[in-house]
Design a protein around this ligand. Structure first.
Ligand code: CS2
Ligand code: MN
Length: 403
């Protein structure tokens, strides 16, 4: 019994190769068919090409991350029927090919958001940082989102203005780029690199959510889940929604997968255990009122995939991604191992839950090569090794206790 160790691979365009990943201690790959446009069917042929490639390196394709949910499904637009039909077909095809866990998210427009993707730590390593005031400054004064002021207090606007006035033009450009162009949704192609007009395009994407509040978004999410769940069950595929990162509303957009109450809603909206969760400790950890191990314990039976990393929350609401073993990861790992033991005792076969170190710091030779933000090789491998050791020790303690 052991968590399945995986690393994310961004496909052929990833500067990090499968050959390298095969040497890291990971046995599995988390990837997507990045070349297929969002909304189109993943055919059996295309899935098998990637699967065979992964397997030719002695690895297994354990989790899809992500099979993206099209914005029109999130918005509940009339053409969602066609898009949902395509999603169902992709689930079916993945099931046929034996790829049985699908991670996705239901965050409008944005995926994860950070203000600095090269925050230098005391030891010289680089991490990703979210500066609350800087993010507000971006919203209010760079993006100039219509009516943005309504989402902030006077004090917040004042603080955002001070910080905005203190940074150079070059830093402003970089800020926009970090926040928008490097986020996952833009990897989907909504804005091309070098696109000068990207702030306007972005404002249009946001404006399309005018009138869609938390309840409406929940309604659209529930509709989607209840449409696809039967196919998922028949195909033996588990869906695993990734939490909002950070887990609070941004840019006037609703966020509905952020906390315990949201997971409770999720389970009620679609009770099937195939409607599951990607438990991302780093995302959920960016909120003081999210107690990681208690949220995990409460919803453990529907956790199909683990993203493990730690978030250092500062008193002013800023946060950054800290070392994997910091924070409450030890008590979370205890809860995870207990869940594995439970599953085994209850005859569930899915006790080797796939896990990956979600992001990693840039360290050592990572500085000598390109990588996707958050996904340098050595920093992630350090996290993987640390988490694997923690798991092993925890298992030893808990199993000996139960004998
Ligand atoms: C990931 C997310 O890189 C990351 O932070 O955890 O982007 C994740 O892949 C998506 O939200 C899942 O759809
Ligand atoms: Mn994550």
């Amino acid at each position: 019994m052991e968590l399945t160790k995986t690393l994310r691979w961004f496909g052929e365009k990833d500067p990090i190769s499968l050959k390298e990943i095969a040497q890291t201690g990971a046995t599995g790959i988390v990837t997507a068919l990045h070349h297929i446009p969002n909304g189109e069917v993943w055919s059996v042929d295309e899935i098998l090409k990637t699967k065979n490639n992964i397997e030719s390196h002695g690895l297994t394709w354990d989790v899809v991350e992500s099979l993206p949910v099209h914005e029109d499904i999130k918005k509940g637009s009339p053409n969602r029927e066609k898009l949902i039909a395509n999603y169902k077909q992709s689930i079916k095809n993945l099931g046929v090919c034996g790829v049985k866990i699908i991670c996705y998210n239901f965050m409008p427009v944005l995926d994860w958001a950070r203000t600095n993707i090269q925050y230098v730590l005391e030891n010289g390593a680089e991490a990703m940082y979210f500066d609350k005031n800087l993010f507000s400054a971006f919203d209010l004064f760079l993006l100039k989102r219509p009516n943005a002021e309504k989402d902030y207090t006077e004090q917040e606007i004042k603080e955002a203005k001070i910080i905005f006035d203190s940074i150079s033009e070059e830093e402003k450009d970089k800020l926009g780029y970090n926040i928008i162009v490097k986020t996952q949704s833009f990897i989907d192609g909504a804005v091309k690199e070098g696109e000068k007009n990207y702030l306007n395009i972005f404002n249009e994407l946001l404006a399309a959510y005018n009138g869609i509040d938390k309840n409406k978004l929940r309604e659209n999410f529930s509709y989607f889940l209840n449409e696809v769940i039967e196919v998922a069950e028949e195909s033996g595929v588990c869906l695993a929604v990734h939490p909002d990162d950070p887990p609070f509303p941004l840019l006037g957009l609703p966020r509905i997968v952020s906390c315990d109450e949201d997971f409770e809603w999720l389970a009620k909206a679609c009770p099937s255990l195939n409607n599951g969760i990607t438990f991302c400790s780093g995302s959920l950890g960016a909120r003081t009122d999210n107690n990681l191990s208690s949220i995990f314990k409460k919803h453990a039976s529907r956790v199909h995939f683990l993203h493990l990393r730690s978030t250092k929350l500062l008193s002013n609401g800023d946060f950054y991604e800290t070392n994997h073993l910091e924070g409450s990861i030890t008590s979370l790992m205890k809860a995870i191992v207990e869940e594995q033991i439970n599953r085994k005792q209850n005859g569930r076969l899915d006790f080797n839950i796939p896990m990956r170190p979600d992001h990693g710091h840039k360290i050592l030779n990572d500085f000598e090569r390109e990588s996707n933000p958050g996904y340098p090789l050595i920093g992630r491998v350090k996290g993987l090794a640390e988490l694997s050791g923690l798991e092993l020790g925890m298992k030893y303690l808990l199993e000996n206790k139960s004998h």
